[in-house]
Design a protein around this ligand. Structure first.
Ligand code: ADP
Ligand code: MG
Ligand code: MG
Length: 246
């Protein structure tokens, strides 16, 4: 479903991704762990097509198409979702407006009809309930004044509404308390654990993987995948640290 081959990328003139290889098949969840500054967020941004992240070599195919040739909105329309380590605040735009625009832009791109107000609200309520998010938060400006954990939950509500084929989630667990971690973990499973879908879960901590059980765990260091294993690799890292394991 997602095939990354020999990917190299620069940010600010500095090579950050340095020959990265990774294949995710439909139905799989892959976790990526790695020390600070390894290039995990850079990988997420590069897959999303963020300006300033320059591809200098290699390829990425998504469902057989050249992902890197698509604009960011085309990548989203193709079914790619990015959950950010630092979700942005959008003052002046309500969450409901934002989510409805995003959902309908994606439907339009796919040649589907826009959701009516009623249809959208039903969907939004369902996903907010799944993430135990108060409907009042949907009326507030996007992420403005939200706590770290609320922003992450909000991202998962957005993911639920967009119903992507593939999600790249960058430290979605950071800033979550124990209960929120479980809710978010169950939300990810409910939205993304399906035969035709795939997930790349970037995390520093094993605990999220207790809820979202990965098929593979990779260690990313210095811009490439240096080790791959099963869920036990995350436990090993937790016990021994990167220096011992890598
Ligand atoms: P991780 O998410 O694994 O902690 P990042 O992908 O955020 O790492 O960063 C990888 C490296 O790229 C770091 O050394 C970081 O300082 C550097 N980097 C990220 N963005 C920029 C930028 N805009 N200009 C220069 N260096 C950057
Ligand atoms: Mg980091
Ligand atoms: Mg990061």
């Amino acid at each position: 479903m997602l095939k990354i081959e020999n990917l190299t990328a620069e940010v600010g003139g500095k090579t950050i991704l340095n020959g990265l290889n990774l294949t995710v098949n439909a139905g799989e969840v892959h976790a990526i762990m790695g020390p600070n500054g390894a290039g995990k967020s850079t990988l997420a941004y590069t897959l999303g097509g963020r300006p300033g992240y320059e591809i200098t070599g290699g390829s990425v195919t998504f469902d057989g198409i050249d992902l890197l040739a698509l604009d960011p909105h085309e990548r989203a329309a193709a079914g790619l979702f990015l959950g950010f380590q630092y979700p942005v605040e959008i003052p002046g735009v309500s969450n409901v407006q934002f989510l409805r625009e995003a959902a309908n832009a994606q439907r339009k791109h796919r040649g589907e009809e826009a959701l009516t107000g009623g249809e959208f609200l039903k969907l939004a309520k369902e996903k907010a309930a799944l993430l135990r998010m108060d409907m009042d938060m949907l009326k507030r400006p996007v992420n403005v004044g939200f706590s770290g954990g609320e922003k992450k939950r909000n991202e998962m509500v957005q993911m639920g509404i967009l119903d992507p084929k593939f999600a790249v989630l960058d430290e979605t667990d950071s800033g979550l308390d124990i209960d929120a971690l479980r809710v978010v973990g169950e939300g990810i499973n409910s939205i993304m654990r399906a035969p035709g879908k795939g997930v790349l879960l970037i995390t520093h901590y094993q605990r999220l993987l207790d809820y979202v059980k990965p098929d593979f765990v990779h260690i990313l260091a210095k811009g490439k995948i240096v080790k791959t294993g099963g869920p036990e690799l995350a436990h090993e890292l937790e016990r021994e640290g990167y220096e011992e394991v890598v």
